[in-house]
Design a binder for this molecule. Sequence first.
Ligand SMILES: NC(=O)c1ccc[n+]([C@@H]2O[C@H](COP(=O)([O-])OP(=O)(O)OC[C@H]3O[C@@H](n4cnc5c(N)ncnc54)[C@H](O)[C@@H]3O)[C@@H](O)[C@H]2O)c1
Length: 369
Amino acid sequence: MPSHTGATRFAVVGYGYWGSKHVRVLSSIPDVEVTVVDAQPDRLAEAAAHYPAARLADRLSDVLPDVDAVVIATPPASHARLTARVLEHDRHVLVEKPLTTSVEDAEMLIELAAERDATFMVGHTFEYNPAVWKLKDLVQSSTLGRVLYVDTERLSLGRYQNDVNVLWDLAPHDISIVSYVLDDVPTPTAVWPQCFAGGGQADVAYLQLEFPRSETRAFVHVSWLSPNKVRRVTVVGEKKMAVYDDLSDTERIRVYDAGVDAREIDGPGDAHALPVSYRTGDIVSPYIAFQEPLLLQDQHFVDCVRTGRPPRTPSSRGLEVVRVLAATDTATAGRSLQATGNVAGPPDPLPRGHHLYRRATVTGTTSRS
Ligand SMILES: NC(=O)c1ccc[n+]([C@@H]2O[C@H](COP(=O)([O-])OP(=O)(O)OC[C@H]3O[C@@H](n4cnc5c(N)ncnc54)[C@H](O)[C@@H]3O)[C@@H](O)[C@H]2O)c1
């Protein structure tokens, strides 16, 4: 139900690093009214300084009667509780990644949203990124040929989180990007989580995913403990290779006309020949008309709330990502980092085809001196 001014009314819960960006983009959309909710008075004071017209509140329950929809941008462990409150009030909701911190919670909320006929969307922002759309075009049009593997790197001296490890914090982006580009649902097959600094959470991790329909694999590397900021996805195809560098201003996507072909070894005279021959050609950087992904995502949420259209990133896609992450927890919990002295051992095999509905944290972590 719109306000008496005809505007659609949104509350953004959490005016932190990311929630403040939601407030900025929502405030730029015509006929949208924004209420900022944050439990910390200094965050509300900052919101008031930037958005004098915005309503402010320190509790979600105080604003629910007066809004049409809510964006949840609080730390992940609070997502399920806040989202349940929104849905119980028959309001639409967009929840930041990761949707929840357990499979059970995500399933319960999806059921509740269906009962309440509410729009329930997940903030997989990269699926609204024009460079990721281009990468998907390159894969789906077979420009790259059969995809041999995908490699992703999301590294920096990152913000350590209190409630989740680096996989839950950063890997949702890569799992969502690769699933979207391949149009497939992954199964996690191995994980190498490590805790090097304090805080008791894994801060560096490698994750291997299998994509059954595409018959390909992805290798995800995430880190809060790396000197250089890297945000890169490499898709290696049989014909060509593509690199998506999210930090490049001018060449976010590069397509390399490069690859290798297996060679026939002709006989003993050929014994020292390389087993492959190389192909190298042009490197092309297609033009991408860039628009801010968060604006595109939130504009889409506004449209869904106004029209009742189903979102492009429904909560079920958030659940797919949570399933992968929950499976990594199972492996993480079963692995004694103390026993291995923080040295990466062989990959932890993950259970295939079933998921354990349990949230666990990294055990036995040590700090490096
Ligand atoms: N899509 C993306 O690209 C992207 C990028 C960064 C973060 N995120 C996600 O956004 C969410 C928030 O991350 P952040 O980095 O902004 O965190 P943050 O710690 O900077 O901010 C969280 C804010 O929420 C407030 N808060 C916490 N619990 C609250 C409650 N119950 N009621 C009201 N306010 C509450 C805190 O006071 C704080 O201001 C996380 O889920 C994170 O994964 C998404």
